[in-house]
Ligand binder design. Structure first.
Ligand SMILES: Cc1cc2nc3c(=O)[nH]c(=O)nc-3n(C[C@H](O)[C@H](O)[C@H](O)COP(=O)(O)OP(=O)(O)OC[C@H]3O[C@@H](n4cnc5c(N)ncnc54)[C@H](O)[C@@H]3O)c2cc1C
Length: 488
């Protein structure tokens, strides 16, 4: 079954010949529209045999190019989709929307399409028929009127003028909820593509996966990480790791593993989208993942979290300079963390050290994103109480660290997930739901030997999940013993 993410990928992998509009059908219609990060959706009902629809397609695509896909000029605002009513599978869906002619276009907030319907006699509906969209120009005008925007068909790539870098708007971080999923999926894709799971990096990945299972802000990333963890030894057998990855070139089951599920909508960076191509994206998303993890742990997990993050960056972050710098900062920590507060503040300070260095580099080389200049963070506009005073001579800041910690907790905790709360994807029930998912998705809680050893090695202080696995591990009999014997 196709999820929205795979659809967007298929389309975007097709070079210039691709369609930008997302083709929906009865099986994925609800899922894609429920999960899209876009504020509005256009659904075009058409029939593939209809000559008028074929002639209309280039007009529709011209508009879709602006809003859909990785190179969208105005991403995240409108999702442009189409449904082929001549396909049998879609008959009921088209009937529900009383499709009376082709092409017929609807406009509305995406969730209103989910399990939705439309009737011409219906008096009040948040779904509207687009009655003046016969050419690309007219369709875009119609959209502009609805949104109060001034998009143009000739708008340039990556001129994200609508993406203000308004640092005083705390609510902006809510958009990053899509980025934490995208960054997690991207990190895992990179690991597989670059065949980075080796005997010496295995334990570090297992540790990080445990961390994700327990504390990733997205429920489906927690579940996906649990699935990977449970199947770890089968997916990445320790004795033939390099060979297996080499032989299969990442295209078998390793390559098709979606750590946050198939249906994660690719917003192609929302909060982390730069105003220029390739300035922000993944590395920004990864920072947000790390900070959002750091504010979700309890005191007893602080040292584990520190190790998991340091080792993950060291082994799997493909930017050589970044991982080296980060590793140096990790290595300079002399005593173990006992408090989650200390760890969250350490990560915040480490990030600010990187910012400080890059501020100078980007200024002298002109390589930064003009709309997102590096800064010592959080600025006063974001957290007025975080800064006690600033030394006028050397610009050094006297931070109120209690206030900074409070701010980090609310910013990367609740505010980050506020958008998704209604959708139920990111409920913060942590370990319990991850366990439920795990049991439901595997039928049996079977932890592979290697992963189990790593889990057992981690202290129970890491959390109930590890303990649960550990105890399950003890009670596993034949499969386990057989497997161990084979390994010997
Ligand atoms: C672990 C790691 C190490 C890196 N090391 C290097 C390096 O050595 N050299 C290099 O060139 N690039 C490095 N990078 C990349 C670099 O830090 C930026 O991610 C990249 O330049 C994109 O910057 P950005 O403007 O999107 O903001 P980012 O620095 O990526 O920050 C993302 C968001 O986090 C928030 N934020 C900013 N500062 C803090 C803070 N102190 N605490 C909490 N939240 C904050 C802001 O909202 C910001 O928009 C590293 C990235 C990572 C994940």
């Amino acid at each position: 079954s196709f999820g929205s993410r795979s659809i967007l990928r298929v389309i975007s992998d097709n070079g210039d010949l691709h369609d930008y509009a997302v083709e929906l059908n009865a099986t994925n219609f609800d899922a894609v529209l429920r999960e899209t990060p876009a504020t509005y959706a256009v659904v075009e009902f058409f029939a593939h045999w209809c000559p008028a629809c074929r002639n209309y397609k280039p007009h529709y695509e011209k508009v879709a190019r602006l809003f859909n896909g990785p190179d969208a000029v105005h991403p995240g605002h409108v999702l442009m989709t189409r449904v082929d009513c001549a396909s049998k599978i879609n008959t009921k869906l088209c009937d529900k929307f009383s499709v009376g002619h082709y092409p017929m276009l609807f406009w509305g907030p995406p969730p209103k399409f989910v399990a939705g319907s439309w009737d011409p006699k219906q008096e009040k509906s948040e779904l509207h028929v687009i009655d003046d969209g016969r050419t690309a120009d007219r369709l875009l005008n119609w959209i502009n009127k609805q949104m109060g925007s001034s998009y143009g068909l000739e708008d340039e790539k990556f001129e994200n003028e609508h993406y203000s870098s308004n640092v005083s708007d705390v609510g902006q971080i809510a958009r990053a909820v899509y980025d934490v999923e995208e960054a997690t999926a991207t990190a895992f894709d990179i690991i597989l593509e670059h065949k980075m799971i080796k005997s010496e990096t295995r334990a570090s990945l297992i540790k990080f996966l445990q961390f994700l299972v327990a504390h990733h802000p997205s429920r489906r990333c927690r579940k996906g990480s649990a699935d990977v963890l449970v199947n770890f030894d089968e997916l990445f057998p320790s004795n033939s790791l390099e060979n297996k990855q080499e032989e299969n070139d990442g295209k078998d089951e390793l390559g098709s593993f979606h750590i946050c599920g198939k249906d994660v909508p690719r917003g192609y960076w929302m909060f982390c989208r730069g105003s220029k191509n390739e300035t922000r994206g993944f590395s920004c998303g990864l920072w947000v993942v790390l900070h959002s993890l750091s504010v979700r742990i309890v005191d007893g997990e602080s040292q584990f979290a520190f190790k998991a993050i340091c080792d993950f960056v060291h082994n799997f972050f493909i930017c050589e300079e970044c991982r080296q710098h980060f590793y140096d900062m990790c290595s300079s920590v002399s005593s173990p963390f006992n408090k989650s507060r200390d760890f969250a503040l350490w990560l915040w300070t480490a990030h600010n050290k990187v910012n400080e260095r890059l501020m100078k580099e980007e200024e002298s080389l002109g390589t930064g994103d003009p709309k997102f200049p590096k800064m010592i963070w959080p600025p006063k506009q974001l957290c007025p109480t975080c800064i006690r005073s600033r030394n006028q001579r050397n610009n050094e800041i006297d931070w109120d660290q209690d206030e900074v910690f409070k701010f980090l907790i609310s910013y990367y905790g609740n505010t980050l997930v506020s958008l998704y709360k209604d959708k139920g994807f990111l409920d913060n029930d942590g370990i319990d739901s991850a366990l439920e998912d795990l049991v439901a998705s595997t039928n049996a809680l079977v932890v592979p030997v290697g992963a189990a050893l790593a889990i057992a090695a981690a202290s129970c202080a890491f959390g109930a999940l590890a303990c649960y696995w550990r105890s399950q591990q003890k009670s596993r009999k034949y499969f386990h013993q057989l497997h161990s014997l084979k390994n010997i």
